[in-house]
Design a protein around this ligand. Structure first.
Ligand SMILES: Cc1cc2nc3c(=O)[nH]c(=O)nc-3n(C[C@H](O)[C@H](O)[C@H](O)COP(=O)(O)OP(=O)(O)OC[C@H]3O[C@@H](n4cnc5c(N)ncnc54)[C@H](O)[C@@H]3O)c2cc1C
Length: 238
């Protein structure tokens, strides 16, 4: 099947792009796999137009519905290969305007498109600590500016030791009661605030029932915490 534009990813980036391509009268297909980062988000309060906030899963589904209502084809199929259509590209002089530059293969079928937009999100740089994935959206966050407000006057932890961790900590110090930075043996970052502590001992496990309640260190010490912000590595690559 042929499209003017194929967009891979149905998160905020992919769906937003599709709203504009369809309104520019371009036949548009959005392909998505399963999870968007949004689906892990319990509640989003920092988005315009939702007075009571909105659950990430609902926002994701609303976006897909909005695109479909405007005429975008949205299909749940994993993209496994994107190839340049050599035939279309080699014969530039006689090229029919309807030649399609890309061949997109999914788990179900093959599509042709003039343009491909990649909006596949990014993978988080996660430390190897038991419980991280279990508590994502339930006390584990990757964005202090998004979620810090949920921890007003509470104790929070930041995992990381570089500039990214410092930046997340700076966003939290005016909101949380106490912030502990866990550096996993690395040199302590330079953050000067009364409510910031540095802990260099390694973390073994995140503990809690339905939500994060604390951390167990490698030496067996248990530390209470209400929320954990992962800020490992470099912000843009995480
Ligand atoms: C726990 C958590 C809490 C968050 N809280 C907030 C918040 O409160 N406020 C806020 O503003 N942001 C928050 N974020 C960040 C926000 O979710 C992301 O910034 C946003 O979802 C990124 O949008 P995106 O469209 O770039 O990627 P994503 O939303 O991740 O979408 C990626 C899309 O690509 C698709 N895809 C990937 N590979 C393939 C493939 N091979 N074939 C087909 N489809 C594919 C996926 O199925 C998905 O549809 C949070 C993130 C997390 C993880």
């Amino acid at each position: 099947m042929e499209y003017d534009v194929i967009i891979i990813g149905a998160g905020p980036a992919g769906i937003s792009a599709s709203l504009y391509t369809i309104r520019a009268n371009k036949k548009t297909l959005v392909l998505y796999d399963d999870l968007s980062s949004l689906e892990k988000t319990e509640k989003i309060e920092n988005y315009y137009g939702f007075p009571d906030g909105i659950n990430g899963k609902d926002l994701y589904q609303n976006g897909i519905e909005q695109a479909r209502n405007l005429g975008v084809d949205v299909k749940k199929q994993e993209v496994i290969k994107i190839e340049i259509n050599m035939q279309a590209n080699n014969d530039k002089e006689n090229r029919d305007k309807s030649s399609y530059n890309f061949i997109v293969t999914t788990s179900n079928r093959i599509y042709h498109s003039k343009v491909v937009i990649l909006a596949t999100g990014n993978k988080k740089n996660k430390p190897k600590i038991t419980g991280i994935e279990k508590f994502e959206g339930k006390g584990i966050s990757y964005c202090a500016i998004c979620d810090g407000f949920f921890y007003r006057n509470k104790d929070v932890s930041v995992i990381g030791s570089g500039n990214y961790a410092v930046s997340e900590t700076n966003d939290l110090i005016n909101v949380a009661k106490d912030v502990t930075i866990f550096t996993n043996g690395k040199k302590a970052p330079d953050v000067r605030a009364e409510n910031v502590k540095i802990e260099t001992r390694g973390i073994k496990e995140i503990i809690g029932e339905d939500r994060v309640e604390g951390l167990e260190l490698e030496d067996g010490t248990k530390i209470k915490t209400d929320g954990i912000f992962i800020a490992q590595g470099v912000a843009r690559k995480s």
